[in-house]
Design a protein around this ligand. Sequence first.
Ligand SMILES: [Fe+2]
Ligand SMILES: [Fe+2]
Length: 328
Amino acid sequence: MYTQGLDQAGKDKQLASEAEDRLSAFQARVDAEEKIEAKDWMPEAYRRTLVRQISQHAHSEIIGMQPEGNWLTRAPSLKRKAILLAKVQDEAGHGLYLYSAAETLGVSRDQMVADLLSGKAKYSSIFNYPTLSWADIGAIGWLVDGAAIMNQIPLCRCSYGPYARAMVRVCKEESFHQRQGFDIMHALCSGSDKQKAMAQDALDRWWWPSLMMFGPNDSESKHSAQSMAWKIKRFSNDELRQKFVDVTVQQADFLGLSIPDDDLQFDDTTGHYTFGEIDWQEFLDVIAGNGPCNRQRLEKRKQAHDDGAWVREAAQEYALKQAARTAA
Ligand SMILES: [Fe+2]
Ligand SMILES: [Fe+2]
């Protein structure tokens, strides 16, 4: 009995040291900036973190089509309509690349969609705010796509290869989105007083939710440290938020708009803008499903999913027919 006990303990020790070796070999690859690929060994928690992050990102792209889609039929000119149509289509494409990247980690597209529709999976809280005027389309491109770029450029260097490669193309398109938003704001700010007031009103409503897009303060962010060690994340939430504020305040100045924050100040000693406290209760409420448009967004997505059932069935049948033909 005693000897058997020792054998078991020895085996356990052996297994534990093998697991430790695998883990340190993995971390060494990450530290050496090697890309981790789909078939490589990875810690289960790394895989789960990526599935959560990439699927959440994909859902945000898809749900994000709704607030802008709302203005496709009411764009002020044919040119603006064509540009917005292209932008909304780009977002659909981003969702598709990202679902594909997540699938390489062993989760099915059906499962991800089911989690979105059941409310289990989250998407960016920003898309639960309504688009009340045409200026909101400008503010979304300028601020929301602008914040997305700040977050996503470092993801091009993410340690997980399929995610990093998807982000390269996504970022190129996001930069066009940001410019088209700024261009709308610029046109409105160079127009009549009424148009400029529309632009200011949109900035007033979208500014704080845009700052919330970077997530909780570093002191409250539970996944940050591990994600940084795994090189999934390169900068902390607060660092990215600061970069965004520093760039955007100067763009608002150029437009002649004022940022709705009485505490905003340029700090000569740090070279950065200091800004007021974010209303974190509002952020938590929106994440919990109680934002202005949460229910509407999910209902619309469910409807679109149901309406598209025949397309999925037809594609499935076609694939079966093709497979049968090849086999014959
Ligand atoms: Fe996008
Ligand atoms: Fe975008």
